[in-house]
Design a binder for this molecule. Sequence first.
Ligand code: AMP
Length: 285
Amino acid sequence: MLATASLDELRAAVREARAAGKRIGCVPTMGALHAGHLSLMRSALNETDYVVVTIFVNPTQFGPNEDFDRYPRQLDKDLELCRGLGVHCVFHPDVQTMYPPDDATIVEVQGLSTILEGEHRPGHFRGVTTVVTKLFHAVQPDVAFFGQKDFQQQLILRRMARDLLMPIRIRTCPTVRDPDGLALSSRNAYLTADERRTALNISRALFRAREAIESGELSVAEAEKRLVQVLSSVPGLKLDYAVIRNAETLDPAENTGDQLVGLVAARVGTTRLIDNVLISPPGTA
Ligand code: AMP
């Protein structure tokens, strides 16, 4: 496995793989790898021939009061995990490589980037779309793999790839959870045992909303109301939003036939967590 912080070395390796007729897969991450990241890598290894994992804690997607400085960094351990899985290349650039001095170019998907997560984390998605564009130019993958865990992010990146005519297929892979339902996240490392128990309410409430809608027990509006009520009353949990939306547009669900998604963001202690579940239209599950 090639592990490099050098753009030139990365490009040479990818050029060689492509010249050998290999399809290039890319898995962008911020490191602190867990089983969720590993499942993206396994999909990439199954579906493409040369897999590049990128590890870059991207400063521009963190707000001024967010956790950039304390975000977990464990490059050696991450490289071991990638090597063990059979990943071909890990690209771990430094900030100067990704953001040359006087860098003045941004990429932004309008509209979708300013609602929900975008409203609570102003500028976050601009940071994501800008860095992913740079990573796509560096790696030039045929297929890029993202997690459903960051539901709004994968929608925005699909839109970006389409709008900017990027010849890259975006694959979204299912959320990996601990056996009790908690969605895996590098930020779970911040949680105390008590906070982790509090956090479990998020996935539980989402699963219940899914069940209530799919079985026809509650309308979408009723289920959303209950989701908000339940999560607002959990001690130690501060809700940013809990909504049930159209899964393609994130608009309020209008049509009873819409594919739906329940999305929650909440703070537990100083840790901000997000989760979501796909919900089939009533009567079709
Ligand atoms: P991050 O390192 O948090 O930026 O995540 C890198 C990629 O892994 C993103 O595409 C995430 O959506 C994905 N990811 C993070 N957590 C999970 C999870 N629990 N299951 C599946 N994919 C995940």
